[in-house]
Design a protein around this ligand. Structure first.
Ligand code: FAD
Ligand code: SF4
Length: 348
């Protein structure tokens, strides 16, 4: 049985409407979180079947070997994972096949070793991105095709619409976890999905050794579900929160909290430059653009859109990403700010 706090995401015109998505925040959770400064904000969280992948940019990178090792951070040591990249490597390959990832082994000079190639070839660059890639390569850099989970090949469902990253796909072509994992799993008679069912806390046995139940809230009712085994996969933040909320006499600080689970949790905004292609296509993260290493700006960025002139090679005044219909500009400019990487600590 799979429990999901949100509903299925409706397929509707607003899926691809920047105003609805960024300005009205139509799909965002109605939660309010608090920054360390005390300032309250509406987090970029989405509660739907398929989770955040309904909106993700389809970039399917593998972690690097060192990501599994202990890491020294300002607040202490982030402990090593209990398994290494080598142990996980075959499963990355399986996941790439399940999600239908496009890419080319060896294209990315920083990628870890792999035992299998991507199931589909890389998505060709749009002409403007191709030019940029050539320019960067000419500068001695190594641009590469972003590994991308979109169904874009002969017979595929992707129509290369004008929206992708941060938008839901109306064509079932994005390799999100509802489309690629849950729906096929639900074809089996012994798999059930309960939507709009929120896990409130996990319940341990009398000795506090094993999870034996979960308390849930569904359609205004609160009750417990018992099972021999549980998998907690509510996302990095909500999983940590659920463990903390499951404190009991045996685990006064919450479950699995020997390393201060979830405190602090960091929300990382993207470091992938987002490119607005011709005709308003936001193609940088939907597979039509390369991942470009972040550059120190050799010259000032466009004052209106913050892209570097090196990206388009035209005068900032005529920069394409400023040329969209007026109603879409605020949203576009908000997205452009994502060119800057920043990490935000928060409490919830
Ligand atoms: C706009 C955007 C673009 C992104 N682009 C990329 C990208 O290009 N590449 C990439 O690798 N990553 C990207 N990400 C991040 C990626 O989507 C997430 O890292 C990934 O979805 C995390 O998967 P998860 O299963 O851990 O959690 P989630 O996707 O958050 O899934 C957790 C699920 O649990 C449900 N849930 C939470 N709490 C409870 C509860 N108490 N009870 C029941 N259900 C609960 C949630 O509703 C959700 O459906 C992007 C994210 C966003 C928002
Ligand atoms: S670009 Fe393709 S995968 Fe992305 S939203 Fe559009 S149709 Fe879906």
């Amino acid at each position: 049985m799979i429990l999901e706090r949100g509903p299925r995401l409706p397929i509707e015109p607003q899926n691809a409407d920047a105003e609805a998505v960024f300005v009205q925040r139509r799909y965002r959770a109605r939660d309010e979180w608090q920054k360390e400064t005390g300032k309250r904000f509406m987090p970029g969280q989405f509660y739907f079947v398929g989770g955040h992948t309904k909106f993700f940019g389809t970039a399917m990178f593998r972690f690097r070997e060192r990501d599994f090792e202990a890491t020294e951070l300002a607040d202490g040591v982030s402990p090593a994972w209990p398994f290494s990249y080598s142990e996980l490597e075959p499963w990355y390959g399986l996941a790439e096949r399940l999600f239908g990832v496009h890419g080319r082994a060896g294209d990315d000079p920083t990628e870890p070793w792999r035992s299998s190639d991507y199931p589909h070839p890389p998505i060709p660059h749009e002409p403007v991105i191709g030019k940029l890639a050539d320019k960067l390569a000419g500068m001695g850099l190594h641009p590469f095709h972003m590994p991308s989970a979109v169904d874009l090949h002969p017979g595929g469902r992707c129509v290369r619409c004008g929206t992708c990253d941060a938008f839901a796909c109306r064509y079932g072509a994005k390799g999100d976890s509802e489309t690629r994992l849950l729906s096929p799993a639900l074809a089996h008679p012994n798999v059930n999905l309960w939507t709009e069912t929120r896990a409130l806390r996990l319940i341990t046995d009398d000795r506090g050794h094993q999870i034996v139940g979960v308390e849930v809230s569904r359609h205004g009712e609160t009750f417990r579900i018992r099972a021999p085994q549980f998998v907690l996969s509510a996302g990095a933040i909500q999983s940590a929160l659920l463990l903390q909320r499951s404190a009991d006499g045996h685990h006064t600080e919450g479950l699995a909290n020997t390393h201060r689970t979830g405190s602090p949790v960091w929300h990382r905004d993207t470091i992938t430059p987002v490119w607005h292609g011709p005709h308003g296509t936001r193609s940088g993260a939907c597979g039509a653009g390369p991942l470009v290493p972040l550059l120190r700006p050799p010259e000032p960025a466009c004052s209106r859109c913050e892209f570097l002139p090196v990206i388009c090679g035209v005068e900032p005044r005529t920069h394409r990403c400023c040329a969209g219909p007026a109603s879409r500009r605020p949203a576009r400019h908000r997205m452009d700010q994502r060119l800057t990487t920043w990490w935000r600590p928060f409490s919830y």
